[in-house]
Design a protein around this ligand. Structure first.
Ligand SMILES: [Zn+2]
Ligand SMILES: [Zn+2]
Length: 421
């Protein structure tokens, strides 16, 4: 138990007793749960998109046709699952190793922390007469004329509330009269403590992850060695699908995803409960960015311009040198001039037509075989070698003339909504 009774001019801080915070899902410790939830969320959300895909629901919102899914990717789904599972194992082990350094989390100090903020609010009010003086307002005189409104009067006087007092007991046992907080100060302090500070932590965590990922991701494309040895693996998916979101070389997976969110967690001093939200939401966002659908009603695709259509451009051989930003916002692409400019409708139509033509050709060449046997064959030569750096390096930044043509008439198609906002 700790007591604080500094009470000369400011309201005293309350004493508090610390107790260990109980886990959300006992007996699993919160820090372990924050490692489990993202993995569970990854597969649950991925399987929802997979279910939509295999049943061909919402085909009007597909970014690519089923024929493209079959023919344009340069990796089998089983290989994707294997590498994602490996990444999940690595990130969980890394998280468990980091948790060795975590101290226990306590509760019981909340009222004290709010009082500390209320004191800061009180101290900051001392600047009010000076600030209002700059615009010609005599706030001291004004506070006297408004004495019928004690809160307003005290605020204008610079945080002086002579009528607000309380009786408090010193450590010596002596009872004394001490200043007290106005109700609005406590409400404001509680808002800062309970909402504003956590919001700032999430904001800076997002900023950290976006910055970390942008520059590492961009370096992976600019440096031939990094691209060939690590990042080219992710680009075997020309037609991304949800559970391919974390299909990476293990080194890249650790460096970009695990380390990025880990650094954000450490820098922002999040609690484990905040980390549960942050890790899980980051994971769901990444899955959603690779889902292969541009839904008009998916909140994750509406909140920012960085969504599945935006990231899909980066997965195309012609867009691979643009749209590096991920997973939350696109401000780095804007600042660094790497955002894809121009209409993409024709490019998507061409890729779609080529995949469909290939499927039809294979079907006619394999007359004796069932359709499903042919469709389940290995990926075809479309985008051949584009995961190789030589093609990646010559990926054109050519901008096609804008067009108003919509591909949505074709059943499966990228409609006009994929155009950059
Ligand atoms: Zn990339
Ligand atoms: Zn991707």
């Amino acid at each position: 138990m700790e007591t604080n009774s500094s009470l000369v001019e400011l309201p005293p801080l309350p004493s508090y007793t610390l107790t260990l915070r109980q886990p959300v899902l006992a007996p699993i410790p919160d820090n372990v749960l924050s490692l489990i939830l993202p993995v569970v969320a990854y597969w649950v959300v991925s399987m929802i998109f997979h279910f939509i895909d295999v049943n061909d629901y919402f085909s009007q919102y597909r970014l690519h046709t089923p024929a493209e899914l079959l023919k344009r990717n340069h990796v089998s789904r089983m290989d994707v699952v294997r590498d994602v599972v490996l990444q999940h194992v690595i990130q969980t082990i890394a998280g468990l190793m980091m948790s060795v350094f975590d101290g226990p989390e306590y509760v019981g100090h909340e009222e004290y922390d709010v009082a500390v903020w209320a004191r800061r609010v009180r101290i900051m009010q001392r600047a009010i007469p000076t600030i209002l003086g700059f615009v010609g307002i005599d706030s001291i005189a004004l506070s006297k004329t408004l004495s019928d409104y004690p809160s307003l009067s005290g605020f204008l006087a610079g945080g002086i509330y002579p009528g607000l007092v309380q009786t408090t007991t010193l450590r010596t046992g002596q009872e004394v009269i001490a200043p007290a907080h106005a109700a609005w100060e406590l409400v404001f302090a509680k808002f800062i403590y309970s909402y504003f500070i956590p919001a700032l932590q999430f904001f800076f965590a997002i900023l950290t992850v976006d910055t970390w990922q942008y520059f590492w991701h961009r370096a992976m494309h600019l440096n031939r060695w990094l691209y060939v040895n690590f990042h080219s693996r992710h680009h075997r998916l020309y037609v991304p699908y949800a559970f391919g979101a974390l299909y990476n070389h293990p080194v890249e997976g650790f460096l970009l995803d695990t380390a990025g969110t880990g650094v954000a967690f450490l820098l922002t001093q999040m609690s484990h409960r905040q980390a549960m939200w942050f890790f899980t939401m980051s994971t769901i966002k990444t899955v959603d960015d690779h889902c292969g659908y541009h839904f008009p009603w998916d909140p994750l695709q509406l909140i920012t311009s960085n969504n599945s259509a935006y990231h899909d451009i980066h997965h195309q051989s012609w867009g691979i040198k643009s749209n590096f930003s991920q997973p939350f916002f696109i401000f780095w692409d804007r600042f660094m001039g790497t955002r894809w400019q121009g209409d993409v409708t024709l490019k998507y139509e061409r890729a779609r037509a080529a995949a469909e033509a290939q499927v039809e050709r294979e079907l006619s060449e394999n007359n004796g075989q069932s359709v499903s046997t042919v469709l389940e064959s290995e990926p075809g030569p479309l985008d051949a070698g584009a995961e190789d750096v030589s093609v990646q390096e010559r990926a054109p930044r050519k901008i096609l003339p804008r067009t108003t043509r919509s591909a949505s008439k074709r059943g499966h198609g990228v409609n006009g909504s994929i155009r950059q906002k």
